[in-house]
Design a protein around this ligand. Structure first.
Ligand code: KIV
Ligand code: ZN
Length: 513
């Protein structure tokens, strides 16, 4: 049996079903093109019967993607299947993915059908799909809570009717690796001609076991895994693509399987999905979280600097993260601090270094994490400059259902007071445009994120932005109980950082984040 595992990405279908994760057509196409670059085998582009928008985006993706199969999901009925086929038929390699539930609980309460009726539906719908294409995937929804006997009958029926991929979903994230392994083994032993199909698994993460269950199934012979970028998906999400791919790669000694994913595209894919869905990746998320390659403890930092694999099982660059990102904090020692300064290009003599280190430790008492900009600000204040070039003086803006968004603000630019008004697509866009006009720059806004500092109605909004011009990237942060004021502060902070970088090209690191 081949050791090649197909990666079936369902970010655009199951991932998009997650609350607050909907994407527009243009965003879906961007994600699909990135998935193609990432090297997934199959892109499940959507559920064409669900809406006109879903149908159109599946169709557009089918038309544009050349290096992956494009699948459209359909319930097991003629109308859904026709619609799915209509959406994917122009793809270079189209697939119809049809499903029906097989567990007693779904049959009794949801479908209100007997097992025989379900078998009949499977036969008719898979046979109908197979008239369009030989690339038909059949899924037994809620497989892990179905009787193995009925599961085997359903799968046999689907194979006889023409299914070429058999998907075993753990729809409610209920199974555990040992049980799931046994189920795959029983299906392999209990279904004629199963070896002529590809066994696929689709695991949800309700118990945090989606990746472990998927790996267990691969060991039993599954050769397709369904997963999503950042583990997005219904409820607790789906198995995370990046975790599966890296588990196979990093522990290939114990998981001797391969995929065709280019792991160096993982980070970009994660960033893209997070930015189009607006769903931030949790900082401690494996592989792609902000802290996944960050070492805060002094002993760890010292170890990594001496020999990376003392505390790292893979290199950040393997998943496309630009550099080893060590978050400095109160546990950081001289070694890590000096290394970070050197990385930035700062060359301080011993006396200055000692002063900087004392200031750094003072800052660590006030702030849990010290970012690159904090260090730069510290060096600036101590050795280079005092104060910011631009300061917000006042700001007011209007928006709402009746008003066109606009902002009026006053800021100090090199001590000169400038008052300016602008309109834009929304209040924040208006504020950013007004600031750019006042300062006379036009950087690209690369990222904009709002997080709540604490819970509750009076929580402060903490806004982080990353801006870019042709030469430099700079980060800015601002906090306020008013999200628009926090946004203005963050943007001005980033402009100050950008300007400082341009004025000190020798000591500023170009990437700056
Ligand atoms: O979780 C599930 O069962 C599904 C199927 C439609 C494959 O998403
Ligand atoms: Zn699912």
């Amino acid at each position: 049996m081949s050791n090649f595992v197909k990666i079936f990405d369902t970010t655009l279908r199951d991932g998009e079903q997650a609350p607050g994760c909907s994407m527009n057509e243009e965003e879906k196409i961007k994600v699909a093109l990135q998935l193609e670059k990432l090297g997934v085998n199959i892109i499940e582009a959507g559920f064409p019967i669900a809406s006109e928008g879903d149908f159109n985006s599946v169709k557009m993706i089918a038309n544009q993607i050349k290096d992956c199969e494009v699948a459209g999901l359909s319930r097991a009925n003629i109308k859904d299947i026709d619609r799915a086929w209509d959406a994917v038929k122009n793809a270079k390699n189209p697939r119809i993915h049809t499903f029906i539930a097989t567990s007693d609980i779904h049959l009794k309460y949801k479908l209100k059908k007997t097992q025989d009726e379900v078998l009949d539906i499977i036969q008719k719908s898979v046979a109908h799909a197979a008239k369009y294409t030989s690339n038909v995937e059949f899924s037994c929804e809620d497989a892990t809570r179905s009787s193995v006997d009925f599961l085997c009958k359903s799968i046999s029926t689907a194979i006889k009717a023409g299914a070429t991929t058999i998907n075993i979903p753990d729809t409610v994230g209920y199974t555990v690796p040992s049980e799931f392994s046994r189920m795959i083994r029983e299906i392999k032993n209990g279904v004629d001609n199963i070896e002529k199909t590809t066994i696929s698994v689709h695991c949800h993460n309700d118990l945090g076991l989606a990746v472990a269950n998927s790996l267990a199934a691969i060991h039993e012979g599954a050769r397709q895994v369904e997963c999503t970028i950042n583990g997005l998906g219904e409820r607790a999400g789906n198995a995370s693509l990046e975790e599966i791919v890296m588990a196979l790669k990093v522990r290939n000694d114990l998981n001797p399987f391969v995929t065709k994913v280019d792991s160096r595209q993982i980070y970009t894919s994660s960033k893209l999905v997070s930015s189009v869905t607006g769903v931030n990746v949790q900082p401690n998320k494996a592989i792609v979280g902000a802290n996944a390659f960050a070492h805060e403890a002094g002993i760890h930092q010292d170890g990594v600097l001496k020999q990376r694999d003392t505390y790292e099982i893979m290199e950040a660059s393997e998943v496309g993260i630009p550099s080893n990102y060590i978050v400095l904090g109160k546990h950081s020692g001289r070694h890590a601090f000096k290394d970070r300064l050197t990385e930035f290009g700062y060359k301080l003599d011993d006396e200055k270094f000692e002063i900087a280190f004392i200031k750094f430790k003072e800052l660590c008492d006030k702030k849990k994490y010290v970012f690159d900009e904090d260090i730069e600000a510290l060096i600036n204040e101590e050795f280079v400059r005092s104060g910011d070039y631009y300061k917000l003086v006042s700001l007011s803006c209007s928006s709402g259902t009746e008003d066109d968004p606009s902002a009026e603000l006053t800021l100090l630019a090199d001590e000169e007071s400038i008052t300016i008004s602008e309109s834009g697509d929304g209040p924040i866009d208006s504020v950013f445009r007004a600031i750019c006009k006042a300062v006379g720059v036009d950087p690209k806004l690369d990222s904009y994120n709002v997080a709540s500092v604490t819970g509750g109605m009076d929580a402060q909004a903490e806004v982080s932005v990353i801006i870019k011009d042709a030469d430099f990237t700079a980060r800015g942060k601002g906090a306020s109980t008013d999200v628009i004021v926090a946004s203005a502060k963050a943007f001005i902070n980033a402009l100050n950082n950008l300007r400082w970088r341009k004025l000190h090209p020798k000591i500023a690191s170009p990437k700056g984040i």
